[in-house]
Design a protein around this ligand. Sequence first.
Ligand SMILES: NC(=O)c1ccc[n+]([C@@H]2O[C@H](COP(=O)([O-])OP(=O)(O)OC[C@H]3O[C@@H](n4cnc5c(N)ncnc54)[C@H](O)[C@@H]3O)[C@@H](O)[C@H]2O)c1
Length: 362
Amino acid sequence: MNKKIIVKLPYITQEIFIGEKMLDFVVSKIKSRKYDKYILIVDINAKKDRRNYFNRLINDLNIVDIIVLQPTPNYKSFKECEKVIKRLIKVKASRKSCLISVGGGYVSDITGYVASNYMRGIGFVQISTTLMSMVDAVIGKVAINYGNYKNLLGSFYSPKFVFSDLNFLSTLRKEEKVLGLSEVWKHALIKRDEDIVKKIESYLLNFSDKHYSEFIHFSMRVKKSCVENDYDDRIGSHKALSLGHTFANFLERKSKMRHGVAVMYGIIFATILSKRLGKLSLENYTRIIKTAKRFEKNIGLLKSIQKDLKVKKVLESFFSDKISENNSLNFVLPIDSGYLIYKNIPEKIATEALEIFKKLEL
Ligand SMILES: NC(=O)c1ccc[n+]([C@@H]2O[C@H](COP(=O)([O-])OP(=O)(O)OC[C@H]3O[C@@H](n4cnc5c(N)ncnc54)[C@H](O)[C@@H]3O)[C@@H](O)[C@H]2O)c1
């Protein structure tokens, strides 16, 4: 039986499904919307060794074009969107057509960005194939990079359906699963859910499949609660999802570090900052650092990040991050009761927290 989550946004009611062997269900749900044409946008690695799955999807939905994308370090570029747009023009996609992304966050952001712009918005469905794109499926926002600017171009846009079929995870590399878990950790800290934190720690030791469905369902509920009340990211609850992202944005820009890895170190820095600002008890600080140690055993980049960290450069990046405004340094912090959007952090405290981060041992 599939798990279902409904997200109500002003412009769409989104349905998210989590299950296994979902192909028949996926086809019938998509068909029920009566789009006029379907275009598949597929991650090359998700497609590999799944000939039967894709043949059936293509035949049952009468797919008119299949665009295969390969995630590259030149992440989510406008050029790649242009390639997709040209193909849509070629097959005469209309306002009633639907783009179906089958892949991770890379493919779903490109697909969603194009879907939101082509003819001012056409159908969009997400079939998630990475743990990251299942636990952090698109709810309310899509974005691509432009030049050196991360997620600069984007829209408030959501897929009508998200399907998280756990069978896709069988071919996903272990490292990719760890990256997805960093977002689950973020969600667990926002809601202070110690039971989920313990399951994350256990997963990082034994990599058992048994918690995937629970991790995805939990994360989708948290993301739904943050976005539904603040769909255009103005009131504050949406910002909770940026926990760990301000430092992560610096790391991703500087070293093209993967999003999930950067978020993990971003959460660690936000934890140090919160403790330094007196917003986190020693007990909770120690608890968060305990989980961080488990992540670090699997990722192991702390020493090289510390070695290259130039405090001045990081501060510049913090002040230009989208969460900081009017020269005020703002951060989402993990606190004892969940999260806090802390404004006007003194530069001196941020500098001290960075110095502590540079010496941290995990
Ligand atoms: N719009 C949003 O709400 C949102 C949310 C989360 C992440 N994102 C974006 O998503 C991107 C990261 O997504 P990601 O971590 O899924 O990375 P990704 O899409 O690059 O996928 C990671 C790797 O896994 C491979 N892959 C995908 N499915 C596979 C499968 N089933 N088996 C084997 N290999 C497979 C891909 O080819 C790639 O090499 C970032 O750009 C981030 O900004 C956006």
